[in-house]
Design a protein around this ligand. Structure first.
Ligand code: ATP
Length: 326
């Protein structure tokens, strides 16, 4: 076992529901194992500005059910520079931190890797992002809650779509990944799903729209991932309006509603498991890794690999989407 006296925890990059549960689990795992937890405000910015304090079990009471992150998150341009990371290290050393648990996405992990390389500060990553775009875990913290939020929103949009001959393009988050779009599209009975991982031209899309019209559908929901390469929801809506004047075309960009809300049970459990796993990995002597869950087991992936590789979209799921939307 590696001797650890003090461990810092921070949330960085985009916030995600379940981050609070991950902070809570990290803090409490530290206390359980006799380590002093230090909570750092606003991600790497707080490290640079020396905005941190020792926590106890009560510091993280009553937060497991809250969305967002009570430590706040930030995008720190200064941490991208060597000078910024040196300042951060000097503060971390003065606070006697032996290691840091970084809850965030791939940008945050890149920062953690550089921090460890340059200053020997041991870091363990916990994947917290709604996009599910991190290799080394089946799911990221916040993804499940975002799926549920999106499905609830689309269900409401369907009510109005079916009351008229309306075609809705609904843009969902996910950056360059289509996980949110594919899964919510299936769950909400979308007529079509456009994701960046699948090459589909505008013409092919128009063709399938024509087919669904022939199949007697008078309203349609098309879920579009924000990273899709068909030109974006507004461009698509203009093209459809021109070709199918019988449809009343509407666009909804769900936006930041997808990041908010109470974390789902699944996200709370995942975050609790991973917060504990991060502290246990540090005690085990690991660093420069991310903890994740694969097939219900905790797995460790080098940060470099977690950043550079991508989870593949399940081709069977794509086929399911195609079959159930005939
Ligand atoms: P999300 O996936 O939700 O956007 P993220 O962790 O990828 O989360 P970023 O904004 O990319 O979010 O990164 C968060 C922070 O990590 C940045 O503000 C910066 O401080 C640090 N960071 C990102 N990339 C680097 C880099 N190349 N070098 C040093 N630090 C970095």
């Amino acid at each position: 076992m590696t001797e650890l006296k003090r461990v810092g925890v921070l949330t960085s990059g985009g916030d995600a529901p379940g981050m609070n549960a991950a902070i809570r689990a990290t803090v409490r795992a530290c206390i359980y194992y006799g380590i002093v937890p230090v909570v750092i405000q606003e991600g790497y910015k707080g490290l640079i500005e020396n905005n941190m304090e020792v926590a106890d079990a009560r510091t993280v009471a009553n937060i497991i059910n809250l969305g967002g992150t009570f430590l706040k998150s930030a995008r720190s341009a200064e941490f991208r520079t060597k000078e910024g990371r040196l300042k951060a290290f000097e503060n971390a050393r003065a606070a006697e931190l032996d290691a840091i648990v970084v809850i965030g996405g791939d940008g945050s992990f890149t920062g953690a890797m550089l921090f460890e390389e340059e200053h020997g500060m041991r870091c363990v990553g916990v994947p917290g992002t709604i996009d599910n775009d991190i290799y080394g875990t089946d799911h990221t913290i916040g993804y499940d809650t975002a799926l549920n939020t999106v499905v609830e929103a689309i269900d409401k949009i369907r009510d109005t779509a079916t009351s008229h001959n309306r075609l809705f393009f609904i843009e969902v988050m996910g950056r360059d990944a289509g996980f949110i779009a594919l899964n919510t599209g299936i769950a909400s009975g979308a007529e079509d799903i456009l994701i960046p991982e699948q090459e589909k031209s505008v013409d092919q899309f128009m063709e399938s729209l024509q087919k669904s019209g022939r199949a007697g559908k008078t309203s349609s929901i098309i879920v579009v991932a924000e990273g899709d390469r068909c030109g974006g929801v507004f461009e698509l809506s203009r093209a459809v309006e021109e070709k199918f004047p019988e449809y009343e075309v509407k666009v909804t960009v769900l936006g930041h509603i997808q990041r908010g809300g109470k974390p789902s049970c699944s996200d709370r459990v995942l975050a609790s498991r991973l917060g504990v796993a991060a502290v246990e990995a540090l005690r085990n002597g690991d660093s420069g890794i991310m903890v994740g869950i694969r097939d219900q087991q905790v797995v460790k992936t080098p940060l470099e690999r977690a950043i550079s590789k991508h989870n593949q979209i399940d081709s069977h799921l794509m086929k399911v989407a195609q079959i159930v939307s005939v």
